[in-house]
Ligand binder design. Structure first.
Ligand SMILES: [Zn+2]
Ligand SMILES: [Zn+2]
Length: 322
C-alpha cells in the first residue's frame, strides 16, 4: 500500500464504520460542581502529600490509582453517556495494561530529556534562561504558569502525532476507542509516552523550575487527563472552554470526524486558539468516537507491535470488531 493510500484510510469521506452512538444524558446544574470540587480534593491532597514530605514513589501512584477508583465510581453513579461503561468495555483491560506500561516508561522519557538538556547546556545554549522564571511567586501561580509553558510544548508534540503518519500509528492506539471513559486517559502506546515525556518537560527543566512546581504540574495533568476522559456528569460555563481543556473539548478530539479529531490538542486551549485548531464544544457535537476505519488490532501485544510494523507496511483497514 502506498503512503497516499495510508493517508486515505483516515479520510472522513471513506466509508464510516458505525461507531458507538453515545448520546449525552442531560446534566443538572449540580454538575457544574463536579470538576471544581474534584480539583480541590485532588490537588489539595497532592499538595498535602508534597508538603508532608512523603515518598513521591509511593504517594504519586497511590493518589493516581485512588483517583481512578473514585472516578470509576462516579461514572457508575452519574454516567455522562449511559451507553458507555468502563466495566462493560473489553478494551478496559488493554487500557489498564497500556497505562501501567506507560507509567513505567515515563521516567525513561524524562531522563532522556534531561540528558538532552545537559548536552544543550554543555553547548552553552541553555545558560542564563533560569533568570526568567519567577521563582518568588506564589506556588499556585507558578504551577499555572508552568502549565501554560508545558501546554505549548505538549501542543506541538500532540499535533505532530496527528500530522505525521509515522507518529500517528503510535498515537492511534489512544484514539482507537469507541468508548471514552476514565481508563482511556492511560491508554497510550509506550513510545507515544516516551516521545511526550522526552519533549514536554524540557522548557521547565531549561527554566530551572523547582521540583514542587514540576510535581504539582504533573499531578494537575493526571487530574485533568482523567477528568477529561471521565464518563461522568460535568458541566462548564461557555467561557471556561477557552481557559482549560476539559471533557467537552477532549470528547471532540476523540471524534471519528477528522475536522474535530485534528483539533483541541493542548491542555491549555490558548495554544489551539493561537494556532487555529480550536473547536468550541458549544458549536460542535460529535457522539461517535474512535477512528473512522478500523486498522488497529484488538489484542494488547498486537497493539504494542502494530505501530512498528506500520513503519514498514502501512496498515490495511479491517472490519474486525471488539
Ligand atoms: Zn490525539
Ligand atoms: Zn484522549
Amino acid at each position: 500500500m502506498s503512503g497516499l493510500e495510508a493517508v486515505q484510510i483516515r479520510n472522513p469521506h471513506a466509508t464510516l464504520r458505525d461507531g458507538m452512538r453515545g448520546e449525552k444524558k442531560p446534566a443538572g446544574r449540580w454538575a457544574y460542581l463536579t470538576y471544581p470540587a474534584y480539583m480541590v480534593a485532588f490537588m489539595g491532597l497532592s499538595w498535602w502529600c508534597l508538603d508532608r514530605g512523603f515518598d513521591s514513589g509511593i504517594w504519586i501512584p497511590a493518589v493516581t490509582v485512588s483517583s481512578f477508583v473514585v472516578i470509576l465510581a462516579l461514572e457508575q453513579i452519574f454516567p455522562r453517556r449511559p451507553a458507555m461503561n468502563t466495566l462493560r468495555d473489553w478494551q478496559s483491560i488493554n487500557d489498564s495494561a497500556h497505562g501501567v506500561l506507560t507509567g513505567a516508561m515515563r521516567p525513561l522519557g524524562t531522563s532522556l530529556g534531561i540528558v538532552l538538556l545537559a548536552s544543550l547546556n554543555e553547548l552553552r545554549l541553555g545558560t542564563g534562561v533560569e533568570a526568567f522564571w519567577p521563582s518568588g511567586w506564589n506556588l499556585a501561580l507558578q504551577v499555572v504558569l508552568a502549565q501554560f509553558v508545558v501546554g505549548f510544548a505538549a501542543y506541538w508534540v500532540h499535533r505532530s502525532m496527528h500530522e505525521f503518519d509515522r507518529l500517528w500509528w503510535f498515537h492511534s492506539i489512544h484514539h482507537d476507542t469507541e468508548q471514552v471513559h476514565v481508563l482511556k486517559s492511560g491508554r497510550f502506546h509506550f513510545m507515544d509516552e516516551i516521545y511526550g515525556a522526552l519533549i514536554t518537560p524540557l522548557p521547565l527543566l531549561l527554566l530551572g523550575v523547582s521540583t514542587e512546581v514540576v510535581v504539582l504540574r504533573s499531578m494537575w495533568q493526571v487530574f485533568n487527563g482523567s477528568m477529561g476522559h471521565a464518563n461522568t456528569q460535568q458541566r462548564f460555563p461557555s467561557w471556561f472552554h477557552y481557559l482549560v481543556s476539559n471533557v467537552d473539548l477532549h470528547n471532540l478530539h476523540h471524534s471519528t470526524e477528522r475536522r474535530y479529531q485534528d483539533s483541541n490538542y493542548s491542555g491549555t486551549p490558548i495554544w489551539d486558539l493561537l494556532f487555529g485548531t480550536f473547536n468550541h464544544p458549544d458549536r460542535c457535537e460529535s457522539v461517535s468516537f474512535g477512528i473512522a476505519e478500523r486498522y488497529v488490532p484488538r489484542g494488547f501485544f498486537s497493539q504494542l507491535w502494530f505501530p512498528f510494523r506500520a513503519q514498514v507496511t502501512a496498515p490495511q483497514a479491517t472490519e474486525s470488531s471488539a
